[in-house]
Design a protein around this ligand. Sequence first.
Ligand code: AMP
Length: 538
Amino acid sequence: MKGDMQRWKPNVASIIEHAKELHPTTEIVSRMISGEIHRTNYDEVCVRARKLASALEKDGYKKGDVLATLALNTYRHLEMYFGISGMGAVTHTLNFRLHPEQAVYIINHAEDKIIFCELPFIPILEALKDQLKTVEKYVILCDESEMPESTLENTISYEEYIKDGDEDYKWPALEDDAACALCYTSGTTGNPKGVLYSHKSNIYHATSAYAALTIDKDDCILMVVPMFHVLAWGIPYFGPMTGNKLVMPGMGMEGDSLYELIDKEGVNSTFGVPTVWMQLLAYCRENNKVLDSVKNTIIGGSALSLAMLKEFDEVHDVNVIHAWGMTEMSPLGTTNLPTKEMETMNKDEKYAIQLKQGRPVFGVELKITDDNGNDLPSDGEAYGHLMVRGPWILQKYFKAENDAVDEEGWFDTGDISSIDKEGYMTIVDRAKDVIKTGGEWISSIDLENAAVGHPEIAEACVVGVPHPKWDERPIMFVVTNSGDKLEKDNILDFLSSKVAKWWLPDEIIFLKELPHGATGKLLKFDLREEYKNLLIDK
Ligand code: AMP
């Protein structure tokens, strides 16, 4: 028997209409490329999104067309999220840090028809244009008067493009499970894979995410997490749902620019990956600044270290919420919220819990399995392959023939984890990064986090390399605060008090900087390749 409720045909455009209706004057603040601050509000963003949708229709674009953005976090990107998807096309967000070969592959694979491109990224497309098979038009995100000379053909400024769009455009009804947005995963090997989100999955995800993150209507959110990476963790959807003031940094990701925005705009919630916070914390340390207005910072994308957690808590009195997820999960899987019990714990006990990746948000199921697919207990001791399922987790990759899940709907995240009795999940490592030595496992993440607790170490990266006796042994790459090398024994002594002796790296190599991928994650693959004979040749 079916329920008697209305057959709901979700369209994410309903979110921006809701914000226009209920929070019309709530501000959307963007730092533009010039560094200037631009202010708009939900009323204007909604009307301009309608104009964009109408302009696209007039221009012949249809439901299901894939239209790409190569854009920063600004109000125009927010308009595109709703204008493109709301008219039934698919918003495909492109990362400007992609390797050119990957960018060509992704654009052709997605069959992008338009690319909405930020001014500084025009040279990227000029270099690729002859290889782009499906792109018909480039809409440059600027005023007509700012249009530069370019070798791109068929270009128009965004403002010119939407100028005659209909302010009273009515959003269409979309079919059930209509596609809404497309993101590609940042694979280190092989071709990137697309994840095609639906309107329904994005709305489910957003409603669950803001509840799971306890977002309040009056929160002012600094959206540092880029809109080109997993739909900025859902903020562009749940921000307008809740009515949050959104502050968007554009190109200005350095510590001083972020601090200025936080301070001047009264930001009380920030969302981002650890590498960005490293810069902000360093800026505050060096300039005696305190993040007075910030109440919560939501950190995910890579593991949170104890050093970072302590600095946020002890210096800035900021509550850190550790979260975990992935592109295939829209992305949110777990969050680590403060609990009543934590209030009476001493700091060390509290930190030990906060460093875990958290508990599943409603809608996401987790389990761990061994190498043969057998379920492992959630006892906090056993660790294995982390499997997930839920309404905003992918069924199959874009254009793939086969499902990416097993017959019971479980998707293998590629992470190795444990789950404790209270349901807290802890990532041990990526399956491909865990170091297998003499039949035991070493977590590269734990070693890295132990190392950045050293007062002179800014960043560390650990990889396993072949060893003639132990299969693999860890080697550590270190970037120091001063840029100078330290005594290796000094680091080993420091680590000895934090990890088991057999975990200590066999070699420590000092680098000026570590390789990061397009989304801020450490690129271990290249380091592993380059140093694969280090311990064999010794
Ligand atoms: P992506 O799809 O690029 O967002 O990458 C997802 C992967 O990032 C996950 O499978 C994890 O390996 C890693 N990741 C995300 N959040 C965390 C976290 N809080 N701690 C450790 N690893 C994380």
